[in-house]
Design a protein around this ligand. Structure first.
Ligand code: SF4
Ligand code: MG
Length: 278
């Protein structure tokens, strides 16, 4: 790493709000190492978030930053990318923010393939509002709104985003922090919409309700349940039940949205390519 992590932090905003043992600092560290490894100028990076524990991250970062409304980070980021297509626009979001109220923005950004890198801090719960279940809470897990166990099935968010059209999707975890950093770097370097799901721990609201009272137990769970893509390909489906795949889950080349839009503007200004020419 060329620069210390503190170079990218607004240390005047410390201390942060995250609980002891929260995984969000590890995921944020991976984001900063990724940015650093790409040698990006701080002024060329814009980090956007919605609402929730993960969404507090941009407040601590010394880039162009925006802390927006619940579920709308990708909508704001889309506006920024349209106006400043040369900028690296990164969305930091939680599982509730991204997959529930923000789910529609997520799939449509993927469908358009707009050049935004999204990192979803997936702790399987709404942390900031005291532990309600989210669309990413595993079936059978307990939450403040599921005291008898969650009866819903979670999304496979990576599969969903890839099916919607993203150029790149990947999954890592707070335990697999170095892998996570490399995946985020690839996502930021991707020309098109990219998405990294970072499995992370909320000992305060998920762990203590689900027989994992410490961050260490939750990190051990990540270690024991994360299976590499190559490893998963050799395993029978029944052995993969309850596990999660880590690594690159999808990569392809599709036209990036802001460049297609710029081409339309060029054609219009030349008086070419409109419906009258069709
Ligand atoms: Fe982290 Fe959970 Fe605490 Fe929020 S409530 S800061 S997600 S440990
Ligand atoms: Mg969450």
């Amino acid at each position: 790493m060329a620069m210390p992590v503190s170079y990218y932090l607004r240390t005047s905003k410390m201390p942060h709000i995250w609980c002891a043992g929260c995984g969000h600092g590890i995921v944020l560290g991976a984001v900063l190492r990724a940015i650093d490894s790409l040698g990006l100028d701080k002024d060329q990076v814009c980090v956007v978030s919605g609402i929730g524990c993960a969404s507090r991250a941009p407040g601590y970062l010394d880039f162009n930053t925006l802390h927006t409304t619940h579920g709308r980070a990708i909508a704001f980021a889309t506006g920024i990318k349209m106006v400043k297509p040369e900028m690296k626009v990164i969305v930091l979001t939680g599982d509730g923010d991204a997959a529930a109220i923000g789910g529609n923005h997520l799939i449509h950004a993927a469908r358009r393939n707009i050049g935004i890198a999204t990192v979803c801090f997936n702790n399987s719960i709404y942390g900031m509002t005291n532990g309600q279940y989210s669309p990413m809470t595993p079936t059978g897990s307990y939450a403040s709104t599921a005291p008898y166990g969650n009866i819903e099935e979670p999304f496979d968010l990576c599969d969903l985003v890839y099916a919607a059209g993203a150029s790149y999707v990947a999954r890592g975890s707070a335990y697999h922090a170095i892998l996570l950093w490399k995946l985020i770097a690839k996502a930021i370097a991707t020309d098109g919409f990219s998405f990294v799901e970072a499995i992370t721990q909320c000992p305060t609201y998920y762990g203590r309700r689900n027989k994992m009272r410490s961050a260490v137990e939750m990190l051990k769970w990540q270690k024991e349940h994360g299976v590499t893509v190559a490893g998963a390909a050799k395993m029978p489906a029944e052995d993969l039940a309850g596990k999660f795949r880590i690594g690159e889950l999808g990569a392809r080349t599709r036209p990036e949205y802001t460049r297609r839009y710029a081409a339309i503007i060029d054609a219009a200004q030349r008086g070419e390519g409109g419906e009258r020419d069709a």
